[in-house]
Write a protein that binds this ligand. Structure first.
Ligand code: LMR
Length: 397
C-alpha cells in the first residue's frame, strides 16, 4: 500500500531549517524559522524560566494527567494576560481560556470544532499569512478565502482593499486576524483600523479568530493586546489562539491557549464541552511541564517582573536590529529603499526580495530566508549584519 505514496513537499518554514542544518558552510545564517536569537546567535532559555524549572523540579510530586482542557489556574492567568484586568472582570463567566499544546494546537482545536458544527463557515485569512493557517484549514473539510493585506508596491498595509474584501464576509464566517506582529509582514493595524474592523465584523455577524503568537514582541504586553481587546469588547463571540513559544522561549514545550468568548455562560460551557471532545480524540490532554513554568512565572510577582524585563530586552534588540539593518543597507547605497523595515513590528519583515533573489541568497551566500521574502529580524546580530547587508545589496543589483 505504501509504495504508491509520493513524497510531500518540505514545509516552507521548518523544511528550510532541515536544509540549513545540512549546509556545512561555516558562515551560514538562518533567518527563516521564527525562533528568537540573541546577539550571539543563541536561543538561551530565559533566566526566569530556568528558575521556575528549578522550583518545579524540587516540588513536583507526580506526573498524572492534566484535565482535557488543562490547568484551570493557568487558564485564569492567561485570560488576564490576554484580555487585561477590566475585560477579564466584565467577562468573568463569558470568557474561558483553556490550555493547548502551542498556538498551533489551539488553531487545530478551533478548526476541528468548526468542521464538526459549522461546516458552512468560510475562514478568511490575510494574503499573505502564516503558511500553516491554510494547511490546518485544508486538513479539515472547511473552506477559506483570502483578504488583501499587503501592498508589495510600497510595502505597506493595503487597508482599503482589506476592507473591500472583508465586505464580502457572510454571517457565521470566521475572520482570522493576527493580534500583533503580523506573520510574515510585520505590519499591524493601527488602533483606528482595529476599530473599523471590529465594527465591520459586528455588522457582518462574523466570528473574529485572533492568532496571538507574539504578545510582548511588538510594543509591550498590554500595548500588543489593544487591538484584540477592541474586537472582543464589541463582538459578543470571538476566539483567541495564543502561543507562549516566543514570549517565554518555550518553543519545544508546546505551551498555548485557546480563549473563547460568548455572550452567555451556558452557551460558552456548551461550546467548551464540544471542544473537549475534539481534544480528547486528538491529543487527549495537554502536556504539563511548559504550562507549569508559565503558571509559576505569571503568578509570582518577582519572577513575573524578571520575565517582563527579559521580554523587553528581546523587544528592544529586535527594534535595534531593524534600525541597524536599514542603516547598513542605506550606507551601501542599496538601490531599493528598505526604510519600511523600521516601522514593522515583531520578529518578521517581508523584505520585498523575490524568489530568485531568496534563492541566490541561499545558494551563493548561505543565507536562509523564507521563499516569500520573509526575514527573521531576530536572527541578525553584529557578527552577521555586514555580510547580510552586502549579500542583499548584491542580489538586488
Ligand atoms: C514561524 O512562522 O516561523 C514560526 O511560527 C514557527 C512555525 O511553526 O512556523
Amino acid at each position: 500500500m505504501f509504495e504508491i505514496i509520493k513524497p510531500a513537499k518540505p514545509d516552507p518554514i521548518l523544511g528550510l531549517t532541515e536544509k540549513f542544518n545540512l549546509d556545512n558552510r561555516s558562515n551560514k545564517i538562518n533567518l527563516s524559522v521564527g525562533i528568537y536569537q540573541d546577539s550571539q546567535g543563541q536561543t538561551p532559555t530565559f533566566d526566569s524560566v530556568r528558575k521556575a524549572e528549578e522550583i518545579l523540579l524540587q516540588n513536583e510530586s507526580d506526573k498524572s494527567y492534566k484535565p482535557i482542557i488543562g490547568d484551570e489556574e493557568f487558564g485564569l492567568l492567561v485570560k488576564d494576560l490576554v484580555l487585561g484586568k477590566n475585560i477579564t472582570k466584565q467577562r468573568e463567566n463569558t470568557a474561558k481560556s483553556i490550555h493547548t499544546p502551542g498556538g498551533t494546537g489551539a488553531l487545530r482545536v478551533v478548526m476541528d470544532y468548526f468542521s464538526k458544527f459549522h461546516q458552512n463557515s468560510v475562514f478568511w485569512i490575510s494574503k499573505p499569512s502564516w503558511p500553516n493557517h491554510k494547511q490546518i484549514i485544508n486538513s479539515t473539510n472547511l473552506n477559506f478565502n483570502e483578504y488583501a493585506y499587503f501592498n508589495s508596491e510600497d510595502n505597506q498595509l493595503n487597508f482599503n482593499s482589506m476592507i473591500n474584501d472583508l465586505s464580502n464576509v457572510k454571517s457565521g464566517d470566521v475572520v482570522l486576524l493576527h493580534g500583533c506582529c503580523h506573520n510574515p509582514t510585520g505590519i499591524d493595524l493601527n488602533q483606528s483600523q482595529w476599530e473599523t474592523i471590529s465594527d465591520l465584523l459586528l455588522s457582518k455577524k462574523a466570528i473574529p479568530l485572533i492568532d496571538f503568537a507574539y504578545q510582548g514582541f511588538g510594543d509591550g504586553l498590554n500595548e500588543d493586546s489593544e487591538g484584540l481587546r477592541k474586537i472582543v469588547q464589541k463582538n459578543p463571540e470571538s476566539i483567541i489562539c495564543s502561543s507562549f513559544s516566543k514570549n517565554f522561549g518555550l518553543y519545544s514545550e508546546r505551551v498555548g491557549s485557546l480563549t473563547i468568548l460568548s455572550s452567555d455562560n451556558l452557551v460558552l460551557e456548551n461550546v467548551v464541552s464540544q471542544m473537549k471532545v475534539c481534544i480528547r480524540s486528538n491529543y487527549s490532554n495537554p502536556p504539563s511541564h511548559g504550562v507549569d513554568i508559565v503558571k509559576l512565572i505569571l503568578s509570582n510577582p518577582t519572577m513575573r517582573k524578571e520575565w517582563e524585563k527579559e521580554l523587553s530586552q528581546i523587544r528592544n534588540r529586535m527594534k535595534k536590529m531593524r534600525n541597524d539593518l536599514v542603516l547598513k543597507l542605506h550606507k551601501l547605497d542599496s538601490k531599493k529603499d528598505f526604510s519600511f523595515i523600521k516601522s514593522q513590528r515583531g520578529m518578521f519583515s517581508i523584505s520585498g526580495l523575490d524568489k530568485e533573489q531568496v534563492n541566490e541568497l541561499r545558494e551563493k551566500y548561505a543565507i536562509y530566508i523564507v521563499d516569500s521574502g520573509r526575514i527573521n529580524i531576530a536572527g541578525i546580530n553584529s557578527n552577521n549584519i555586514d555580510r547580510l547587508s552586502e549579500s542583499i545589496v548584491s542580489v538586488i543589483s
